[in-house]
Design a protein around this ligand. Structure first.
Ligand code: ARG
Length: 471
C-alpha cells in the first residue's frame, strides 16, 4: 500500500503548493507552541476512538506511546518542525504516522477545524490560570507596600491637582480593587473557554458514534459542579473565537489598569513629586545624560498596553466579516492571542517585581500631604456642623482661602479674628476657637471612617481584609 501521508492535500491535488504559497499559509512557525495541548487532545481523541472500536487497544497503546515520545522530543528541542506540513497538527500527526501506521486512523471524525478550536481552548485555560497567579502576586505586593508604609499620607489628586489627603495605602488599594475585578472577569471568561468543541468535525460533526462526553471528561471540560461542558452547535464550535476575544478584552483591561499604576509611579519618581524611589536594578540610565535614572519598566508597562489594545481590535476586526463557519482568516487569531497573553503576563510580573523594589520617601509624602489647603473641605464641613448650608459654607471657605493667599499665610496660620472677618452671617461668630483644630491632619484622618473612605481605621481595616483575602 502507498504510504498515507496526513497532508491536507488529498488525492484530488496533482502536487504540493507553490513554495511561496506554503510560506504564506503556514502557521507552524507560531502555532508550534500549542504542541503540548495538541498531543493532550490527540490522546483523548484516540482513547475515545478505541472505546468505539475504531482503534484496537494495541493501536491505541502504540499511538499514545509515540505521541508521548514526540512530546518529550519537542520539549527537549529535538523535534524538527517542517513548514511544508503547515501547522502544529500536521507536523505531529505526520511524525506519528511515520513511526506507527495506526497513526493514520487518528484523524477519524476530526478536522483541524475542531482540533485548533480545542487546542486553543486547552492552551488558554492554562494561560488564564497562570495570569491569575501573577495578578494575585501583584495585588499582594501592593498590599505589602501599603502595610509597610501604613502611616504615610499623600495628597489625593483630581485633575492632577492636590485635592484631599489620603493614606498612600488607600491609593495603592485602589489598584488592588481594580485587579480584583480583572480576576473576576478572567474567571468568568475561563468558564466559557472551558467548553469542549471536539466532535464538531469540519463544521457538521460526524456520522460515526463518537463519545463526546468521554473526550470532554478526559480533558477536564467540566464546570465547578462536575457537569461536562460540550459545545452545542458544530457550526458555532468551529467558527467561534468569542472566548479569545473575551480573554483579549479582559487582558486589555488588566493592561490598562497596570498602565495607570505605571503612570502614577512615573509621576511619583519625578523630582517634582519625589514620593518613591525605584531600586537601580529596575531603572535604566541615559546614554547621554549621566545623572539620569529612568523608570523604563513602568514606561514600557504603559507603552505595551497599546499593543494589547491593538490585539483586541485586530481580533474583532478579523471576525466581523466572516461568513459561517471556519475560514482560514481565523489562523490570524493566534499571534494576537499569544502576544496578549505573553505581554500582559510579563508586564504583571515585572510590575510586581519593581514595586517590591520600590521605597517610599516618607518625608516628601508627609510634606506634600501637610499642605493645609487639602483640608479646606474639612473647614466647610465644620461650618455645616454649625448649621450653615453647604453651598454657603463652600463660598465662605473660598473667601478664607483668598484671604490666606492675600496675606501670604497658609490656611492654618490665619487667626481666629481673620477667620471671623469672613463669617457667613454678619455679626455672628460662627467660626469658634475650635475652627483651627480642623487643620490637625491626624485628627482629620481619624474622622474619615465611612466604608471605602481613606480614614485611619478604615484603611487599616481594608489592608487587613485584603491581607486575609489574598493569603
Ligand atoms: N492552522 C489553522 C488555523 O490556525 C488550523 C486549521 C486549518 N483548517 C483548515 N481547514 N485549513 O486556523
Amino acid at each position: 500500500m502507498k504510504q498515507i501521508s496526513p497532508v491536507s492535500r488529498s488525492g484530488r491535488f496533482a502536487g504540493g503548493p507553490a513554495a511561496h504559497v506554503a510560506q504564506f499559509t503556514e502557521s507552524v512557525s507560531f502555532d508550534h507552541r500549542l504542541w503540548r495541548h495538541d498531543i493532550q487532545g490527540s490522546i483523548a481523541h484516540a482513547t475515545m476512538l478505541a472505546k468505539i472500536g475504531v482503534l484496537t487497544k494495541k493501536e491505541l497503546r502504540a499511538i499514545v506511546k509515540v505521541l508521548d515520545a514526540i512530546g518529550r522530543e519537542i520539549a527537549a528541542g529535538k523535534f524538527r518542525w517542517k513548514v511544508g506540513l503547515e501547522d502544529v497538527h500536521m507536523n505531529i500527526e505526520a511524525e506519528l504516522t511515520r513511526r506507527v501506521s495506526a497513526g493514520a486512523k487518528l484523524h477519524t471524525a476530526r478536522s483541524r477545524n475542531d482540533q485548533i478550536a480545542l487546542d486553543m481552548r486547552l492552551w488558554l485555560r492554562d494561560e488564564i490560570v497562570l495570569l491569575l497567579v501573577e495578578i494575585a502576586d501583584l495585588q499582594r505586593t501592593l498590599v505589602s507596600l501599603g502595610e509597610k508604609n501604613s502611616d504615610v499620607l499623600i495628597p489625593g489628586y483630581t485633575h492632577l491637582q492636590r485635592a484631599q489627603p489620603v493614606y498612600l495605602a488607600h491609593h495603592l488599594l485602589a489598584y488592588v480593587e481594580m485587579l480584583e475585578r480583572d480576576c473576576e472577569r478572567l474567571w468568568d471568561c475561563h468558564s466559557r473557554v472551558n467548553v469542549c468543541p471536539l466532535g464538531s468535525g469540519a463544521l457538521a460533526g460526524s456520522t460515526l458514534p463518537l463519545k463526546r462526553e468521554l473526550v470532554a471528561k478526559l480533558l477536564g471540560f467540566v464546570d465547578a459542579s462536575g457537569t461536562v461542558q460540550l459545545t452545542q452547535n458544530s457550526m458555532d464550535a468551529v467558527s467561534d473565537r468569542d472566548f479569545a476575544v473575551e480573554f483579549c478584552a479582559a487582558a486589555a483591561l488588566v493592561a490598562v489598569h497596570i498602565s495607570r499604576l505605571a503612570e502614577d509611579l512615573i509621576l511619583w519618581t519625578s523630582a517634582e513629586f519625589n514620593f518613591v524611589k525605584i531600586a537601580d536594578a529596575y531603572t535604566t540610565g541615559s546614554s547621554l545624560m549621566p545623572q539620569k535614572k529612568n523608570p523604563d519598566v513602568a514606561e514600557l508597562a504603559r507603552g505595551k498596553t497599546g499593543r494589547v489594545i491593538g490585539n483586541l481590535v485586530a481580533l474583532l476586526t478579523l471576525l466581523k466579516g466572516l461568513p459561517m463557519t471556519y475560514n482560514r482568516d481565523l489562523q490570524e487569531d493566534k499571534e494576537r492571542l499569544f502576544d496578549t497573553a505573553d505581554t500582559v503576563r510579563a508586564t504583571t510580573r515585572l510590575m510586581a517585581a519593581m514595586l517590591t523594589n520600590t521605597k517610599v520617601n516618607k518625608a516628601t509624602c508627609t510634606a506634600a500631604a501637610s499642605d493645609p489647603a487639602l483640608l479646606a473641605t474639612d473647614l466647610a464641613d465644620y461650618l455645616v456642623r454649625k448649621g450653615i448650608p453647604f453651598r454657603q459654607a463652600h463660598h465662605v471657605v473660598g473667601a478664607v482661602v483668598a484671604l490666606a493667599e492675600k496675606t501670604g499665610k497658609p490656611l492654618n496660620r490665619l487667626t481666629l479674628a481673620e477667620l471671623q472677618s469672613v463669617d457667613p452671617v454678619t455679626g455672628t461668630k460662627v467660626f469658634g476657637r475650635d475652627a483651627l483644630g480642623v487643620f490637625n491632619l491626624q485628627r482629620a484622618m481619624a474622622k474619615r471612617n465611612l466604608v471605602g473612605a481613606p480614614g485611619t481605621e478604615e484603611v487599616a481595616k481594608q489592608l487587613a481584609r485584603w491581607r486575609g483575602q489574598l493569603s
